[in-house]
Ligand binder design. Structure first.
Ligand code: HEM
Length: 445
């Protein structure tokens, strides 16, 4: 049992959650958009705390646990997890420092930006190589593993473009990087949010939803269709985008074509997920699955919003509201929902796995009290949706109130995660002597 546990996944989750709470506090204080421009350095600080600190760290932690189970092979190099975590944390702090330099909040240490890029590329590099070799060593990996591979390729593109921007902003790289910086930001943002985070989340959700709802797996051919459409979308954005930037022609055609292909991907994914829900054997859905559905609903709402805004030709004016709903409703909502189950599952595996068959063991669900967590999740999603409306209506004060509500709701959810880890909600009879709570921040294996 212990062999299936990733020692440091919980540490990644803890660091990720700390960054999420910091981002929410900054938004509550009115730091960054909508109190500063979308491309202002303060906004870039918040964007990267969310994208790298929260979402990418949580995703890396989850993949270290999930990929070996998915391909039934041990992780290539367990020992790389902590160095990667340190490199990513140092790199992120330097990147935030670099953005603060651009905003005049720190002295002119512009060298922070390329240094940050170096650390981040090294950190993400360790994660990518470790996971890619793990998948490669499995002879016939399952469909969802290919989504992870597509996600990792997108991560390389995101980090590559981000590093190029960092060098350009520090005055290195000449005219070519300057042109890339002027026109290439949508490529970086789409490869990161759409490729790395969304494609990977899709792949993981196929397996986790099937597992937690006791559904039959989606037909391999259908998964392949979704995967091809999704990879083609990101490939078109990155390769096509770079080509038109090099040719100095307009990028709009590439972005609109990729948008249509992206819609087809999401329609195909939606069909797969509906078939998972319909074939489920667990009739009473657990909280994590219900909340994942709320995350998926946020994705659907974001897509509808984008279509309506595009038809009314107001998309550029409301791009931030769309990005906010994708980052906090879809991606963060799904990650928080899945963390609620994964933390309980890993805690159960670590605590009761070795004693299985020898003592009376609780079910995974006995480690949590869903009624208590449900109200925090409801508060979280309601505040994210209110925040989106506030951005659409251009109401910054209302946005700050929504951000405060998100912070409180997140703290409420985190408290439940800590209680789960501490076995605080397990009935006394199921905690005989000899059974003690695992370490909060790592697995003792
Ligand atoms: C090696 C890692 C990364 C580096 C060095 C980096 C660097 C940068 C830089 C320098 C910019 C600003 C360009 C400008 O406006 O002048 C930027 C923008 C952006 N980055 Fe990153 N980035 C990295 C990773 C990521 C990741 C993983 C994501 C998402 C998952 C991401 C999402 C974004 C977004 C959405 C913007 C546009 C923000 C806005 O215009 O408000 N970045 N990045």
């Amino acid at each position: 049992m212990g062999a299936n546990l990733s020692k440091w996944t919980m540490s990644y989750f803890a660091v990720a959650i700390a960054w999420l709470i910091l981002a929410e506090l900054l938004m509550t204080m009115g730091f960054g958009f909508p109190y500063a421009a979308a491309e202002a350095p303060d906004t870039l600080v918040v964007v990267h705390i969310v994208c790298i600190g929260w979402l990418s760290m949580a995703m890396c932690g989850a993949l270290f646990q999930f990929v070996p189970v998915l391909v039934a092979k041990p992780l290539f190099a367990e020992g790389w997890q902590i160095p990667a975590l340190v490199l990513l944390t140092v790199g992120l702090v330097a990147l935030l420092g670099g953005f603060m330099v651009l905003g005049g909040r720190l002295p002119a240490w512009l060298w922070l930006l390329p240094i940050a890029a170096l650390f981040l590329v090294a950190g993400f590099g360790l994660v990518v190589v470790d996971l890619a070799i793990t998948v490669w060593r499995a002879r016939a990996p399952m469909g969802p593993a290919y989504f992870v591979v597509a996600g990792l390729c997108s991560l390389c593109a995101t980090a590559g473009l981000g590093s190029a921007f960092a060098c350009a902003l520090a005055g290195q790289g000449g005219q070519a990087l300057g042109t890339l910086l002027t026109s290439g930001i949508p490529l970086h943002a789409i490869a990161g949010l759409g490729g790395w985070l969304t494609l990977t989340a899709m792949g993981v959700s196929y397996r986790l939803l099937a597992m937690f709802m006791l559904s039959s797996d989606v037909d391999g051919r259908r998964i392949r269709t979704t995967l091809i459409a999704g990879s083609a979308t990101i490939g078109l954005v990155v390769a096509g985008g770079l080509l038109v930037i090099a040719m100095e022609t307009r990028i709009d055609v590439v972005l609109v074509s990729a948008g249509l292909l992206g819609l087809a991907t999401l329609a195909s994914y939606g069909r797969d997920i509906l078939s998972l829900y319909h074939s489920r054997k667990r009739t009473k859905l657990e909280l994590n699955t219900k909340m994942a559905a709320w995350g998926l609903s946020s994705l659907v709402a974001a897509v509808l919003l984008a279509v309506i805004l595009a038809i009314s030709r107001t998309f550029p004016a409301h791009l931030e509201a769309f990005a906010f709903l994708i980052a906090f409703g879809w991606l963060s909502g799904l990650v928080l929902a899945k963390l609620y189950k994964i933390v309980a599952f890993l805690t159960w595996l670590e605590t009761y796995g070795p004693a299985l068959g020898r003592i009376a063991t609780p079910r995974v669900q006995d480690l949590v009290i869903e009624r208590r967590a449900a109200k925090w999740f409801a508060a979280y999603f309601l505040s994210v949706w209110s925040g989106t409306v506030a951005l659409l209506l251009d109401q910054p004060s209302m946005f700050r109130i929504a951000a405060f509500a998100m912070t409180v709701a997140t703290l409420g959810i985190v408290r439940q995660l800590i209680r789960t880890r501490r076995l605080a909600d397990v009935a006394g009879s199921l905690r005989p002597s000899g059974i003690s709570a695992p370490h909060l921040l790592y697995a003792s294996i």
